[in-house]
Unconditional design. Structure first.
Length: 134
């Protein structure tokens, strides 16, 4: 995904010009909606999620538009992401969207080395089990 491989400064909205950032977000959401992402693109998508962790636009797009296969591949890849900002969003995504092995993945995220990632995974697990009991 060429749009995700942008050179120069990084750091989300603070690292690229606002217009460039909006263009990248639009392209990413378009690819998510069309299903134009492949397993090799997951690291780039995880990087975009990490850069976007305050506004969560990519997370919201994945929640609304991502298909089950994309969410599964992404959240599996997220386990090995170097970005805790991407890992906690993967845990949140698993809480928002049900996939067959979602709870097993959340248990792995709940054991994350980053305390915030683990907390978000536990919160997602509680939300899921609470919804099933309610």
């Amino acid at each position: 995904v060429a749009v995700l491989r942008v050179g120069g400064r990084t750091g989300g909205e603070g690292g690229v010009h606002r217009a460039e950032w909006e263009k990248m977000l639009d392209e990413v959401c378009s690819l998510i909606k069309r299903g134009g992402l492949f397993p090799a693109d997951m690291d780039c998508l995880l990087t975009m999620m990490a850069l976007d962790d305050e506004t969560e636009d990519v997370l919201d797009c994945l929640t609304a538009q991502g298909d089950e296969l994309l969410i599964s591949v992404l959240t599996h890849a997220g386990l090995r992401s170097i970005f805790p900002q991407a890992r906690w969003q993967c845990a949140e995504l698993l809480g928002r969207r049900s996939i067959p092995d979602g709870m097993a993945l959340l248990r792995q995220y709940a054991n994350d080395r980053d305390a915030y990632v683990a907390k978000r995974a536990r919160n997602a697990m509680k939300a899921i089990t609470g919804n099933k009991n309610g």
